[in-house]
Design a protein around this ligand. Sequence first.
Ligand SMILES: [Zn+2]
Length: 324
Amino acid sequence: MGGNPVRALRVALVAVVCGLVCALVVGLPGCSSGPPAFDKPPVRVVCTTTMVADMVKGIGGDRVTVDTLMGPGIDPHRYQPIAGDRQKIEGAHLVFFNGLHLEGKMTDTFEKSRGRIRGYAVTDGIDKAQLRHAEVDGGEHDPHVWFDVMLWSKCVGTVKDALTALDPAGKDVYQKNADAYLKELEALDKEIRVELARVSPQENRVLVTSHDAFGYFGRAYGFDVKGLQGVSTASESGTRDVKELVDFLGKNKIPAVFTETSVPEAGLKTVLDACKRDHGHTVQLVGGKDALYSDALGAPGTSGETYAGMIRHNVKVIVTALSK
Ligand SMILES: [Zn+2]
C-alpha cells in the first residue's frame, strides 16, 4: 500500500497546474462561456429526478421541454453521471435538482459546470427549520422532502420564479400553472390523510422500508418509520442495524415491511429470515408491483408515473398491508 511517492507527487502537480490553467481560462473575459442564451420558448430544462421533473412540467406546461437524468427506478444517492450528462446540463437553459445532497455523486459535475449553468435546487425555498436533521453524503438534512406533500409544495415557488426570470413573457402562464399545481398538492394531501386514517390503532402505524426515505412521510402523517439502511443508500447496512431491525420486528409483531423500487430487496429478505428464525415471527414482504416508490417515480404506464400517482400508490399499498 502507499503507492509510488514520486508518481503521486507528479499527479498532484499536474492537478494543481491544470487547476490554475483552467481558473485562468475561465477568468479571462470572453473566454468563459456562460449558460446558453434564451430567445423564445421552449425553455430547455434538465432535471435530475423524476419528482422534480413532474413539478417543472406541471409549472412550465407547453413553454418547456424537460430532459430527466435519473429515470424510473434510478437511485439518486448512487447515481454516477454518465457520458453526455455534463453536455446536457450545460446545454440547458435551466437545470433543476432536488438539493440537500440527494444527488451526492453529481456534486462534482455541477461544480465543474459552475458559471456555465443556471442551476436551482428546488428545496432552497424550504425554511431550514422545517427540515429533518440527518447526516447524509456530506449534508446535514434529510433530502426526501417530497414525501410530505405540503412541504414539497414549498418548492413550487423556486421553479416558478426561475422560469419567470428567464422567460418573463410566460409570467402569467407560470403563475396560473403554479397555482393549479399547488391546488392539486393540497387536495392530494387531504385525500391521503383520509386514506391513512384507516390504519389504526397507532401501534399499527409503523413503516419499515429498505432505506430511510420516509422520515418526512412519518412526521407529516403520523407513522413511526424505520429503514434498514440510513438516509442514503450509499452506505451499507451493518450487522448491528440488521440485528436491531430483526428484534424490533419480532418484539413488536410488525405484520409487513416494504421494498422500494429503487433499492434492491435482498437486504430486507435477510432481515425477515432472521426474524422468523430468532423470534418465530413471519413478516410479509410487500414488493413486486406493490413495491413503494421512494426516490424515483414509476415508468410510463405504471401507477407511479406521476408525482400524485406515486403518492397514491404508496398510500394504497401501505393502507392495504397495515390495516389487515
Ligand atoms: Zn433516498
